[in-house]
Design a protein around this ligand. Sequence first.
Ligand SMILES: Cc1cc2nc3c(=O)[nH]c(=O)nc-3n(C[C@H](O)[C@H](O)[C@H](O)COP(=O)(O)O)c2cc1C
Length: 436
Amino acid sequence: MTRQLHLGVFIYPGGHHIAAWRHPNMRAERITELDYYIEAGQLAERGKFDLFFVGDALNAREREGRVVGEIAINNLDPVSVISAVGSVTQHLGLVATLSTTYNEPASIAAKFATLDHLSGGRAGWNVVTTLDDKAALNFSRDQAMEKSLRYERAASFVDAVTALWDSWEDGAAPQSNGRIRAPDYRSSFFSVEGPLGMPRPPQGWPVLVQAGGSPPGRDFAARIGEAIFTAQGKLSEAQAFRADIHARMVARGRDPKSVKIMPGLSPIIGDTETSARRREEEFAELAHPSVGVWMLTEMTKFRLYDHPLDAPLPTRDIRAFNPALGQNALGLLERAEREPMTIRNAARIMVRSRVHQSFVGTPDQLADHMTQWLHEGGSDGFNILPPLFPDDLALFVDHVVPALQKRGVFRRDYTGPTLRDHLGLSRPPGRPSTRT
Ligand SMILES: Cc1cc2nc3c(=O)[nH]c(=O)nc-3n(C[C@H](O)[C@H](O)[C@H](O)COP(=O)(O)O)c2cc1C
């Protein structure tokens, strides 16, 4: 059989487009209602998606008293959301993000083992070290932990969690107490006696997902990742990323086939290319200028909130204020020095920029594009970021999934019950120390 694509849907309240919350089809009150998530989960299962994925953010999207970002709220608690979705689906994998910086191994091990039991082996944990440094201020700390230390802690955290998951002999029933061994895990970060208070999860281990792109993030991915979420804009960059992860895995003695790399992809589709482009324009026009100004301020660290929108972008002041601007910021400033550019114009450019790859076109064009990435080693699948929920997920399921199936690169039905089955990942054996 030709290699198959793996598909995840990345849930985000409202949708992934920065202006989704201003879209006329958007009913903002739905994002705190159960049926919103149930609808998205059932749609994804109808589309035979491998998994349903919810991120976490541990502080509000707020700076200096202003609500910023795509939408005023974060995701709801990811474990609660996927538990609810799991109860109304039968096959869909359920991936929640939880931080190793602001949790303890024993509580995370119990949460995902529980979810794996209750869902019949569909759980996955997106292991993050937490993106936003301001989260530290909500967890009794003055500042975030330094990045390499955060990743050392994450590695030890995962070792402790997997030791807990393995503390019951594989297949041992709840009454077989004799076949439980406390892992008694100790490192400079944690001491966890164990054992876990429930049998080994149906998948052995819930699937370990990773999403960090820095060198320590990639090393961590190579060490523990079974599925990797990543932002890749171009095929050549995606190929290089995938090759780099594979090389790091080989260096650690892991088989590159034991990981599925799934870049983010935000599709804006239409019956024709022209109608898809029109939709893209409509979305961009909905964005409020203040969001673009916030993005500019985040990128340059130069405070632009108090400048009139129709003043020229103060490129000289920005350069003087921040001599260590990144590539994207420098590109924008150089452009503003070549052509007249107001702050409003620059804000418009910002709201059109994307961290994740976006694709505008027809379902067939998108299916060809995804198939090309699969065949040319850019990815093992995609994490789909619908610009607007649930509308764009429904469009994808009804029009793109059949086009992928027709090309023979995506399943017509699930072949097994667990998330490991969907992803083609093997089940980790129990540990010898726990076998009798
Ligand atoms: C698809 C995707 C989803 C992510 N979800 C989260 C999340 O929910 N919470 C979080 O703190 N970070 C999240 N991240 C950020 C990563 O965990 C990581 O912190 C970030 O990519 C920076 O990488 P680095 O830690 O290697 O520098 C996500 C990243 C990607 C690509």
